[in-house]
Design a protein around this ligand. Structure first.
Ligand SMILES: NC(=O)c1ccc[n+]([C@@H]2O[C@H](COP(=O)([O-])OP(=O)(O)OC[C@H]3O[C@@H](n4cnc5c(N)ncnc54)[C@H](O)[C@@H]3O)[C@@H](O)[C@H]2O)c1
Length: 320
C-alpha cells in the first residue's frame, strides 16, 4: 500500500525518539526532531551518529548515504513548528499521562491531519486521546527497543481510530522492513511485554526456589528457547513438535501435562520481596564475570554485543 507520508516528526528525542529518527531518515523520510531539552537534542545528534555508524559497520549504509540521511533530519526547539507540516508524528515523551495529553493538545492546535502514533508502552491510547480533538488519527505505535533495529511494532487503536489510518500506519512501518502487528483490543503490556512478563515471572520463581542459578536461566533462554524463537514462534514450534498431526497432536498429546505444569507455575504473590538484593544482583554479577571479553562484561559492552548479534539475525531475516 502506498502512503501519503513524506515528512515525519519525532516528538521527544531520548532513547526511543533518536532511534526512530535514525530509522525514518535512513528510509528516505524528512524528519523534524523535537525535544524540550536543548541538551537532549545535542545528545540525540551524537546517538543518531552512533546508530548510523552501526549501520555502516554492518555494511548496510555507505558514508555518503549516512551523510544524506543525516541531512534529512532537522532539529527544532518549538513543538508547533515541528509538527505543523508533517504527515506522521511519532511521539516519544516520557510515560506520563498528563504530559502525553498536553503534547497531543498542542499538536491538535497545529496540525489536524497527520497520523499521531504514541510510543507509549504502558499507558492506554484511549486514555491518552480521551480529550483530544482528532482521536480518529491517533494510535499507539509501540516499538521494541531499539526501533532502528528491532522489527516489531505493536499497533493499537482507540475506539475512534479510523481503519484507514491503522492500515496506513501499518504500511508506513512495513515499508521500512518493520513487522507491524495490529491488536484487536487494548490490553496492558500488549503482546510482547505480556509474553516477557510470563517468562520473567517464572525465571524469578526458578531462582527463588533454588532450582537453578540466574546464569542457568539465561543459558536455557539463549541457547534453548531463544535460538528457536529467533526463527519460529511458539505456535509453529508446536506445529513441529506435534509430529505428523501438527498443532492438533501437539495439543492432544501435551494438554494433560500442561494442566499439571501450568498449575505449578508461580503466582507473583509467592515471590520474595528480597529477591533483587539477595538473588538477582549477585546472580547477574556472577554471570557477568563468567562472560568473555568478546561477549561483554560491562553494560556498555553488553549493549554492543546485543546490537551486533541482533544485526546478524536481522540480516538472516532480511529485516534491516
Ligand atoms: N525505553 C524503552 O525501552 C522503551 C521501549 C518502548 C517504548 N518506550 C516508550 O517510549 C517513550 C519514550 O521513552 P524513552 O525511553 O525514549 O524515554 P527517555 O527518557 O529516554 O526520553 C524522553 C525524552 O522526552 C523529552 N521530553 C520530556 N518532556 C518533553 C516535552 N514536554 N516535550 C518534548 N520532549 C520532552 C526528554 O527530554 C527526553 O529526551 C515512553 O512512552 C516509553 O514508555 C520506551
Amino acid at each position: 500500500m502506498q502512503t501519503r507520508i513524506k515528512k515525519v516528526a519525532c516528538v521527544g528525542g531520548g532513547l526511543i525518539g533518536s532511534s526512530w529518527a535514525t530509522l525514518f531518515s535512513k528510509n528516505g523520510y524528512l524528519v523534524q526532531f523535537y525535544d524540550i531539552d536543548k541538551n537532549a537534542i545535542e545528545t540525540a545528534k551524537q546517538k543518531i551518529g552512533d546508530m548510523f555508524k552501526q549501520y555502516h559497520d554492518a555494511g548496510i549504509m555507505t558514508e555518503a548515504e549516512i551523510k544524506e540521511a543525516f541531512s534529512r533530519i532537522s532539529f527544532f526547539t518549538s513543538l508547533g513548528e515541528t509538527v505543523k507540516d508533517v504527515d506522521f508524528i511519532q511521539e516519544n515523551v516520557p510515560e506520563k499521562l498528563e504530559l502525553k495529553r498536553s503534547i497531543l493538545a498542542e499538536i491538535d492546535r497545529c496540525n489536524s491531519t497527520a497520523i499521531y502514533a504514541s510510543s507509549a508502552s504502558a499507558l492506554r491510547i484511549s486514555d491518552i486521546t480521551r480529550d483530544c480533538k482528532y482521536p480518529e488519527r491517533c494510535l499507539n505505535g509501540h516499538p521494541f527497543n531499539p526501533p532502528h533495529l528491532m522489527p516489531v511494532v505493536e499497533i493499537v487503536s482507540n475506539p475512534h481510530t479510523k481503519k484507514e489510518i491503522l492500515e496506513e500506519a501499518k504500511a508506513f512501518y512495513a515499508g521500512m522492513k518493520k513487522v507491524p502487528v495490529i491488536l484487536n483490543q487494548e490490553i496492558y503490556g500488549f503482546i510482547g511485554n505480556r509474553l516477557q512478563y510470563a517468562v520473567v515471572r517464572e525465571a524469578m520463581n526458578l531462582v527463588a526456589k533454588g532450582i537453578c542459578s540466574v546464569e542457568d536461566v539465561d543459558k536455557v533462554a539463549v541457547y534453548g528457547l531463544g535460538i528457536r524463537w529467533a526463527f519460529l514462534g511458539p505456535w509453529l514450534i508446536g506445529e513441529l513438535n506435534g509430529g505428523p498431526g501438527g498443532i492438533y497432536d501437539y495439543f492432544d498429546h501435551y494438554r494433560p501435562a500442561w494442566k499439571m505444569a501450568f498449575e505449578d507455575l508461580a503466582d507473583f504473590k509467592d515471590l520474595q520481596e528480597v529477591f533483587v538484593e539477595e538473588l538477582a544482583q549477585p546472580g547477574v554479577a556472577e554471570e557477568m564475570e563468567h562472560r568473555t571479553e568478546e561477549e561483554g562484561r560491562t553494560n556498555e559492552d553488553l549493549k554492543s554485543y546485543r546490537d551486533h548479534m541482533l544485526i546478524e539475525i536481522l540480516k538472516m531475516h532480511d529485516k534491516i
